[in-house]
Design a binder for this molecule. Structure first.
Ligand SMILES: Cc1cc2nc3c(=O)[nH]c(=O)nc-3n(C[C@H](O)[C@H](O)[C@H](O)COP(=O)(O)OP(=O)(O)OC[C@H]3O[C@@H](n4cnc5c(N)ncnc54)[C@H](O)[C@@H]3O)c2cc1C
Length: 373
């Protein structure tokens, strides 16, 4: 474990994944003294295994606050990427030049188009999208396979290099003065009478903090209850393939097939509820490869070099949770799927919400009282 400073921070963030680090960056830039306690390399870490999309299509069509929040996140990304680069010196390769959802089943496509129409009703002009038939698509993107019946397209969708994002955030928060402590597994949190919290670590140490933000991904499964939160976080496995680097640029970005800025093609998008098992499976990998070749047959000649499974961090309804503890003032729970997409807001507007400034966004709809029985 790195050396712990004796100074009590005004805010401790538990969890140094993309969520905790984004939240930390906003708080640091607002002038807070922040400590980040992170777990060990063996922890499930969605931030190290994700697809890197900055994506809006389909998000919140049945939950308007999430549709709007995601739309705000997409708009905020260019500024966030600039800020990150200024502080860390790292370009996260944000490319928001639009993304496709491809379909090989017409009924599925019609259903998704209906969802996007509802999303458009909620967000208005800020969410524009097109519906393309298979033939229109093949005219627009030569090389799309004959089995593709059509696609939806949204102009604001994009992607970043997710591992570089994580590195940029780590460097940025350190440069901004955070104390980042790894292998600091928090085993319990107790509210101290008179204010503040006592955090117990697995190595027996105990640390004090005025406020605490729980951003521990799946690690929050056990800690949330200590602070009176009701959210029951669950894992959901996604599997991914990555190909050898190819020289030519893939002529599209989709939610299941994207070319990393370094050249490899990443293929993914599966979902399985298998508890904490993050292994990859042969049948799912074969299905991913088949899908990629169906969409873009030229990929049949490209070699797969790596595959992995990673666990998503899911709330019971799949939407983010931004909650202030009702039992213990100064404790917050921040957890979500799509932590890459939402990083731009976690590193900006969420600071105002934590600080309860006059600019604070109204995040009441994301409170965890929605899970009260
Ligand atoms: C396969 C897959 C694809 C995805 N694709 C996308 C995508 O394209 N776009 C997108 O926006 N999102 C995507 N996501 C979701 C995104 O990766 C997550 O929302 C995000 O990484 C969650 O970050 P986190 O910081 O909450 O969790 P994590 O990355 O899991 O980080 C949690 C951190 O907390 C630490 N920790 C845990 N317990 C403790 C403890 N008790 N004490 C101290 N530290 C602790 C861990 O060590 C870890 O570092 C994907 C996820 C998966 C799995």
């Amino acid at each position: 474990m790195n050396h712990l400073s004796d100074t009590q921070p005004d805010i401790t963030i538990i969890g140094g994944g993309v969520v905790g680090l984004s939240v930390a960056m906003g708080l640091l830039q607002a002038g807070h003294n922040v400590r980040i306690l992170d777990g060990a390399d063996g922890d499930a870490r969605a931030s190290q295994g994700n697809f890197g999309l900055v994506w809006g299509q389909g998000k919140g069509w049945d939950f308007p606050p999430y549709a709007k929040w995601t739309s705000d996140a997409l708009t905020a990304w260019p500024d966030f990427a600039d800020r990150l680069q200024r502080v860390s010196g790292i370009d996260v390769s944000l490319d928001q030049s639009g993304g496709y959802e491809f379909f090989t089943d017409k009924a599925e496509m019609d259903e998704f188009a209906g969802m996007l129409a509802r999303q458009q009703d909620i967000v208005g002009n800020r969410f524009s999208h097109d519906i393309l038939s298979g033939d229109e698509l093949r005219r627009e993107i030569p090389g799309i396979g004959p089995d593709v019946v059509g696609a939806t397209f949204s102009q604001l969708d994009g992607h970043v290099n997710p591992l570089r994002l994580l590195r940029a955030l780590r460097i940025a928060v350190t440069a901004l003065g955070a104390q980042v402590v790894s292998e600091a597994h928090v085993t319990g949190i107790t509210a101290v009478s008179g204010g503040g919290f006592d955090l117990r670590l697995a190595n027996g140490d105990s640390l004090g903090t005025e406020r605490v933000v729980l951003c521990a991904g799946l690690g929050a499964m056990t800690l949330a209850a200590d602070l009176g939160f009701r959210t029951e976080i669950r894992p959901q496995r996604g599997e991914l393939l990555i190909t050898e680097k190819i020289r030519d640029r893939l002529p599209f970005l989709s939610s299941t097939i994207r070319q990393v800025d370094e050249g490899g093609v990443q293929i993914g998008g599966t979902k399985a509820d298998v508890g904490l098992d993050d292994s990859e499976t042969l049948d799912v990998m074969a299905g991913l490869a088949r899908h990629a070749v169906q969409v873009f047959p030229a990929l049949a000649d490209v070699r797969v070099v790596r595959a992995w499974g990673a666990l998503r961090v899911m709330s019971p309804d799949g939407y983010p949770v931004y909650a202030r503890s009702r039992d213990h003032a100064g404790a917050y729970l921040v957890t979500c799927h799509s932590g890459v997409t939402l990083a731009s807001l976690h590193g900006s507007l969420l600071t105002d919400w934590i600080d309860e400034t006059s600019n604070a966004p109204d995040l009441e709809a994301f409170d965890d009282h929605r899970f009260a029985v």
